[in-house]
Design a protein around this ligand. Sequence first.
Ligand code: CTP
Length: 409
Amino acid sequence: MADAPGVLSGKRIVLGVTGGIAAYKSIEVCRRLVDLGAHVIPVLTDAALNMVGPTTFTALASEPPKTSLWADSNPIPHTWMGQNCDAIVVAPATARIISDARTGRSADLLSATLVATEAPVIMCPAMHTEMWAHPAVTDNIATLVERGVVIVPPESGRLAGGDMGHGRLAAPATIVESVVDVLTGSGDTTSSLAGRSVVVTAGGTRESIDPVRFIGNNSSGKQGLALAKAARRRGASVTLISTIASHRDDPPAGVDVVPVVTAADMESAVAAAAPTADIVIMAAAVADFRPVDPADRKIKKDGGVPQIVLEPTTDILASLGANKPDGQVLVGFAAETNDLVENAAGKLERKNADFIVANDVSAPQVGFAHDTNAVTILRSDGSAVSVDLSSKDAIAGAVLDTVTPALKG
Ligand code: CTP
């Protein structure tokens, strides 16, 4: 759990701060890491000192910040820190430090420490959109990912100088969550989806009967939420198309939430997001039927028992399967109460999905509204992976582990 007090106690973390405008957010990262019990040693570059003052870190961190290779009597502070830390977090990481980390250029205390360590490194890039998209930066990031550096990808939003775009430092909560993942081995540290785009649907749709009534279902959206968060932790840019109000009101860090209500809303939101996605996961429980003609006023009892005529909705997964872009990985769910594998295999084939995650919603502790699930993940080649009763976070990890190798390139 990212916010359990003490979850990082005993861990020594070097917090590298470089000279981006987002350096002010590193103060929040520092405070949160200390709150979780970590021993935080800030290392500020010269450029960072133009953005934030050392006094703030002296007050909040576990040690006064280090700013130079030559500041104290220890002639090798970089090797000492590199050898004696459990992780190095660089937030924000400018294009310069990313380049130095890739080439091994040891030009100041932080870059020297990055070369002198075998501890896990977590880089949180922040820069203007043009810089983030530059092939030199993209190449450097790809090499660092190959070497096992965990990248906490930047988000979209307001950048320095009032520009809007992609490149804003990830939220401090997201950064700290990644650090906890790395240091507690809670999985999802692989950056295996860095540079990928993932669309997840979640929750049950509601089809109006009249202004106060609807046809709905028991889906809580928890499994979809867990999938969106896990994909984000692995470095993907994630769109969560959800019917669940709390996903809209309290969106998971770094995830773009598109709120929807009906199957038709979900169909159009998916149509907008899916064509450019590398992975689409239809975890939502979409209504199969909707009232043909919802009443615009409340249906009154004294009018007798209403006859509600239904029509089918579009099968979103099947239409995605029929128009699947080359290389896209399409994942459906199957909620079953009987003949689990047989029914799910039928859906896999009919809807042209690459994977179906089948769950027996009649089993104890499985499926709708529970925090746990047990699934069988069917592949289109007929093979299957079974995941025993586990948390929905663990199921999300297993689903991503299973589907990610199907991505090309
Ligand atoms: N699905 C969809 N659009 C629909 C209905 C379902 O995209 N109108 C998707 C679900 O999101 C899920 C998969 O299809 O990924 C299977 O959904 P499920 O409800 O298990 O099966 P159905 O196809 O609706 O068939 P049935 O209700 O007969 O089991």
